[in-house]
Design a protein around this ligand. Structure first.
Ligand SMILES: Cc1ncc(C[n+]2csc(CCOP(=O)(O)OP(=O)(O)O)c2C)c(N)n1
Length: 271
């Protein structure tokens, strides 16, 4: 399945999951869907039959509140059946609202408390270097999450230990839970700041599969870690959710569910 078809399927699955469970964070999931789709369709090395394959690339979704998008991506690439997604965020399910690796194949680490997943991912990258393993580690953070002090500690750490096998992707939709990032705690020019810590930094349209693909393929002739500032749209794919803070928490019911479904189903994409 190509990345565009994957993103299309994931957005529809996420709608059903969040509608069914009355969960939150649909706009956060839609913001990161294209990033996940390109990674799982074209970039990451993994084996769905052997999820713990030692040489697999690792992805940590540090913005764990968008876990519905990762669960749906993993189902669509074959780690488990899409049928299982129906239990998402319901009592007794393994598919908790914030991402959990317990009993879920393909999830590397449980997250939800912002600012922590990215630190664990840095440790994974250091472990690969120490063990001479060829895998690459990716961590996806939100731009609101970059308010966390631990985020900046990990940026220092990755540079100090020359973790060229480590990529931070910032899902920069410029919004967080309660308002615009610029108003709550302005991160300013994130890319420039991270560059001063020693990273190789790219800034791209994070909803463009072509730009994402090119960014992930870029080779650097130094031993520094990489940061991709992926400029995204919160709620991407459903017109009335795009850039609307309300949809950080609101769940799609009634006419909202019906019209989101109609719009997503009508999306034209390359097969
Ligand atoms: C340590 C911590 N503080 C607060 C929260 C509550 N919270 C959940 S999502 C969110 C906003 C995150 O914004 P951002 O990182 O920009 O992600 P987005 O949803 O916009 O993609 C907050 C504050 C949390 N999960 N963890």
């Amino acid at each position: 399945m190509n990345s565009k078809q994957l993103a299309h399927n994931v957005r529809l699955d996420v709608l059903e999951m969040i509608h069914n469970s009355h969960a939150s964070h649909i706009a956060s999931a839609y913001s990161v869907t294209d990033i996940l789709a390109v990674l799982y369709a074209d970039i990451l090395k993994y084996d769905t039959k052997n999820p713990k394959w030692d040489e697999r690339d690792r992805l940590v979704l540090s913005k764990g509140h968008a876990g519905s998008a990762l669960y749906a991506t993993l189902a669509n690439v074959g780690f488990y059946s899409r049928e299982e997604l129906k239990t998402y965020d319901l009592d007794g399910s393994n598919f908790s609202g914030h991402i959990s690796h317990k009993n879920v194949a393909g999830v590397e680490f449980s997250t939800g408390s912002l600012g922590h997943g990215v630190c664990v991912a840095t440790g994974m990258a250091l472990a690969a270097k120490l063990d001479n393993k060829p895998y690459h580690v990716y961590a996806i953070v939100g731009d609101g999450e970059c308010n966390e002090g631990s985020f900046w500690e990990t940026v220092m750490f990755a540079n100090q230990y020359n973790l060229s096998n480590f990529t931070i992707i910032i899902d920069r939709n410029r919004m967080q839970a309660m308002g615009d990032v610029a108003k709550v705690m302005d991160t300013g020019n994130l890319g420039e700041k991270i560059k001063t810590f020693g990273f190789n930094v790219l800034s791209i349209n994070g909803n463009s599969h072509e730009e994402l693909f090119d960014a992930f393929q870029t080779k650097f002739d130094n031993d520094k870690p990489i940061c991709i500032v992926a400029n995204t749209i919160k709620g991407k794919g459903v017109s009335f959710m795009e850039n609307q803070l309300l949809w950080h928490y609101r769940d799609p019911q009634g006419e909202f569910y019906e019209s989101a479904k109609k719009e997503l189903e009508a999306e034209e994409y390359e097969k």
